[in-house]
Design a protein around this ligand. Structure first.
Ligand SMILES: [Zn+2]
Length: 199
């Protein structure tokens, strides 16, 4: 465990959770994976994270059972494992807390229930369906507090339009598609193929 970041003497599950997700970048990587970012280069471009740090974080997240790394297109892609999918309520609540106290121009991201199109409330409840949708049933779009000129990386540009969580955000590069042809995907329904990328 890294220096000064171990809470093993704390008899507290929050402390244990923070040992896994409390390091800088980890929750933002989880967030990006919920947005459907799957490749190393896209994560790096969106987060401006040094390559060595990103490599270390991804390795640690795979080791902790947060991410699944699988071959794709001669490289790898990263998808959330169950114990990271279970972080959604915490990620959403933390983001809403940020919107409440540190986004004076209004929310930077708005989430809506894909099934009915209604925006969910700050606790994730769809007021139309009276249920809290799973992340896969949510769309994300920019809110009034978002600055559309802040960034111009492919992830930021793609997120300017409504996008369904956990579906691939970016088209698969031609080279990756060629290299991965014939390789069976092990998660039907959550394939890496972008809807615009297939002929
Ligand atoms: Zn609804």
């Amino acid at each position: 465990m890294a220096l000064g970041k171990s809470y093993v003497r704390q008899d507290c599950s929050l402390a244990r959770a923070l040992e896994v997700v409390g390091e800088r970048w980890t929750l933002l990587l989880v967030r990006d994976c919920f947005y459907g970012v799957r490749r190393f280069g896209d994560l790096q471009a969106h987060l401006d994270i040094p390559r060595a740090v990103l490599t270390e974080r991804l390795n640690a997240m795979v080791a902790a059972g947060l991410l699944v790394r699988r071959p794709f297109g001669g490289r790898h892609e990263y998808v959330l494992a169950d114990r990271a999918l279970a972080l959604w309520p915490a990620v959403f609540a933390l983001a809403q807390w940020g919107e409440q106290y540190w986004s004076p121009a209004g929310p930077r991201r708005i989430f809506s229930h894909a099934a009915c199109g209604t925006d969910v409330g700050p606790r994730g409840l769809c007021p139309f369906c009276h249920e809290v949708p799973e992340p896969a049933d949510l769309l994300v779009r920019p809110g009034p507090g978002a600055d559309p000129t802040a960034r111009a990386d492919p992830v930021s540009i793609a997120l300017r339009r409504p996008h369904q969580l956990l579906t691939p955000l970016l088209p698969v590069p031609q080279s990756a598609r060629a290299a991965s042809s014939g390789e069976p995907d092990d998660r039907p329904g959550r394939t890496a193929h972008h809807r615009h990328a297939e002929p």
